[in-house]
Design a protein around this ligand. Structure first.
Ligand code: PLP
Length: 370
């Protein structure tokens, strides 16, 4: 029996062994990072080293890093605790950004899945001040990279702030927070080979967000609660390795492009929403006409291949992915989209196995439809 081919890195990437070891070491050592005795100081040192590493990965000042319980919390804090009179979110944001403010205005995207900067400009002109724009750096489902610097320029024209969800981008493509110019960023450890349940809010102004979670004075009063030292240590180590091995992600785009070309050759009706726009090197959203996403995921699973139907958060609910709906993809096609996301352990042989499984499923679908 072959090992499972794991092609669901955008849901959660396997941990780098070094990151798992760093987390385990911190867990074995124990101690509270706020304690002043020697074991406490050792725990504090792990947290501060990780702060440096995460800051380096995204080109930010370590003073602006606030460790959180993940990307969801970082998005919530950025959006709920910035004091904006109006929040504007792109319609393709992750649910953690979309649902952080129920009064938020949704901004349209183009058919390629790119935020419409002219519509943003108009919405900003109509919004009460100060406004906050939330736009992601890369979409979790299509992989489409967003024009964040353009969104920042538009926001500045209207005196607005910008929060950028960099959860899927960090560790996959270079992220330079200072150059992009947003006021805050969300990052999550488990998307880049670190542990689940830990992330960071990255602030340009270290005091630029009020706390979402109140209590003790941890994280300089910006996030109460005893630090998850083991998680943070694993996050820091994962950030270091991801930064060192960023070039390897470039290798994945050739593999992804070959995979997509083979799928199109197998079925000229198959297509990839967002493929015409700049994308993450590892992500592919592929529509297999006539075969619903859930059926594809189950068939792939039986074939030993782990992939997903849109974002993991929306699986289990039978409705077309809202990201594709926002791009104007018709409902029948959107219901048949499969998300394939490669990562640091993916081999050419695994992609071959996926394409072979896709071909078998496509033949069965064609026979059923005929
Ligand atoms: N933002 C994006 C773009 C994501 O893909 C995800 C997770 O799927 C999140 C935020 C949430 O991150 P976390 O799982 O760390 O809460």
């Amino acid at each position: 029996m072959n090992a499972t081919v794991y092609l669901d890195y955008n849901a959660s990437a396997p941990m780098w062994p070094e990151a798992a070891e760093a987390a385990a070491e911190a867990m074995r050592a124990g101690a509270n990072a706020s304690s002043i005795h020697a074991p406490g100081r050792a725990a504090r040192a792990r947290v501060e080293q990780a702060r440096q590493s995460v800051a380096r990965l995204v080109g930010a000042d370590p003073a602006g890093i606030v460790f959180t319980g993940g990307g969801t919390e970082a998005n919530n804090q950025a959006i709920r605790c910035c004091g904006a009179a109006r929040v504007l979110v792109s319609a393709i944001e992750h649910e953690s950004a979309l649902s952080a403010d129920e009064r938020a205005v949704r901004l349209p995207v183009t058919a390629d899945g790119v935020i419409d900067l002219e519509a943003l400009d108009r919405a900003l002109a109509a919004a009460p001040r100060p406004a906050l724009v939330a736009v992601m750096l890369a979409n979790n489902e299509t992989g489409v990279v967003q024009p964040v610097a353009g969104a920042v320029a538009a926001a500045r024209r209207h005196g607005a702030r910008v929060h950028c969800d960099a959860v899927q981008a960090a560790g996959k493509i270079p992220v330079d927070a200072a150059a992009l110019g947003a006021d805050s960023y969300a990052v999550s450890a488990h998307k880049l080979g670190g542990p689940q349940g830990v992330g960071a809010l990255v602030l340009r102004d270290p005091d630029g967000a009020a706390p979402l979670i109140h209590g003790g004075g941890q994280e300089r009063g910006r996030r109460a609660g005893t630090e998850n030292v083991a998680g943070i240590a694993g996050f820091g180590r994962a950030a270091e390795i991801a930064a060192q091995r960023l070039d390897e992600f470039a290798r994945l785009s050739a593999l992804r492009d070959r995979m997509e070309a083979e799928i199109r050759a197998l079925d000229p009706g198959a297509w990839m929403p967002g493929a015409a726009a700049p994308r993450l090197p590892n992500t592919s959203m592929a529509v297999m006409p006539g075969c619903e996403s859930a059926a594809q995921v189950i068939a792939m699973d039986l074939d030993g291949i782990a992939v997903s139907a849109g974002s993991a958060c929306s699986s289990g609910r039978v409705r077309p992915p809202y990201v594709l709906a926002a791009m104007g993809v018709d409902e029948d096609a959107a219901m048949c989209a499969l998300r394939v996301s490669l990562g640091w352990r993916t081999t050419a042989g695994e992609v071959d196995r996926f394409v072979a499984a896709w071909a078998r499923l496509r033949d069965r679908t064609a026979r059923r439809v005929a």
